[in-house]
Ligand binder design. Sequence first.
Ligand code: TGC
Ligand code: FAD
Length: 390
Amino acid sequence: QDLFQSPDYYLVDELFTEEHKLIRDAVRTYVKKEISPIIEEYAQKAEFPQQIVQQMGELGCFGPTVPVEYGGGGLDYISYGLMMQELERGDSGVRSTASVQGSLVMYPIYAYGNEEQRKKYLPKLASGEWLGCFGLTEPNHGSDPSSMLTNIKDAGDHVILNGAKMWISNAPYSQVAVVWAKDEEGIVRGVIVERGMEGFSTPTTHGKWSLRASATGELVFDNVKVPKENILPNVKGLKGPLGCLTKARYGIAWGVLGAAMDCYDTALRYSKQRIQFDKPIAAFQLQQKKLAEMITEITKAQLLNWRLGVLMSEGRATPQQVSMAKRNSCEIATNICRDARQMLGGMGITGEYSIMRHMMNLESVITYEGTHDIHLLITGMDVTGFNAFK
Ligand code: TGC
Ligand code: FAD
């Protein structure tokens, strides 16, 4: 078959089960058929390819670890990681759509919701009939969500929601938003807001040079009446949204490796074919140094992700271990994309190759779900016991 062969310098494939490999190949085939042929054009036009929502739902990319009875895949965390890796090999925006839907919308409804909420929302989100988004970040509160201003006030059988969220992936196309807001006691609560509720709007964010094929928007709440039955009953405090972020950050740790592998593969092929000074550029030491460092970093990250996946599946991974993997993968993927772009010379800046698009996308990925520096401080706090945030 002429499917992409991932770089696998340490035979990491042998650590995967047959089921893992089948899942990975199904998503790889989907990306090859449905994403790669169209994504550059959508990114150039800065348009969201809406059709992918239903396609990814049918393929099982939404909520792979959510139990089957709610429409999820009932799979382990290695399967989830491999899915994200393959999607992001296509485009970080495509993986973003799946991360948000599965880890930031379905997971909180599953983990913190009641049975009615699970039954009402999860099957439609899993199938891709509905798209969801996750509202934590605000215009003035990004890395420090504990200072959020968005709030709910008790009004009998409903609450009144006011405030604004910014930089929200999927927002312009979402039917459902999981929104984090403070109650009158200042406690963070999760509420499910539905499109059509009066006073709720989702203006699109324009002018991005990154994640151009992903739809980003604001969530604006102007005295929105939200029924109390839409409050997630089983979590209070910032650990609610942060618990979702742990799941999504784990997926990103795998996802960005897909982008890195694509760039490495492209640079390797190109360097063997591109002749300068009568030799393939792959024969020059400086280019070999770049390729050798790329495959070294990819291999280290593959092993780190695999081990983290085992710990996640066993319920033993800590959020701090997830931070380390998210930060490491984003850093190495960003560096690999930059080096790969240089190896293609002028061709590297064109849309004929995927590298520049990956490179621009990764500037968002290294920023969202906790910036590079925030994850470093999480590790720093974990190993020293001192909190450098405050
Ligand atoms: P802190 O006092 O440390 O923690 C508050 C409570 O939360 C618990 N906790 C966690 N629980 C689960 N997972 C985690 N990762 C957790 N981190 C903390 C903690 O134990 C505590 O629980 P309890 O029971 O004691 O109340 O909170 P803090 O205010 O000091 O903040 C810590 C900090 C800075 C690390 C945190 O705020 C942070 O991670 N900031 C970064 C913000 C961020 O990541 N935003 C992401 C927005 S969503 C997004 O970007 C989606 S992009 C999606 C896409 O398109 O793919
Ligand atoms: P700031 O918090 O203002 O940080 C600016 C700089 O200061 C960073 O370099 C940061 O590392 C540094 N800094 C901050 N605090 C400290 C400190 N204590 N010590 C040292 N340095 C510090 N959010 C959502 O809720 N839902 C989404 O779906 C979502 N999707 C996104 C999609 C895109 C394309 C982007 C770009 C962002 C998205 N975000 C989303 C928001 C994202 O999570 C935030 O951008 C991110 O958490 C950083 O917040 P900020 O942009 O306000 O930066």
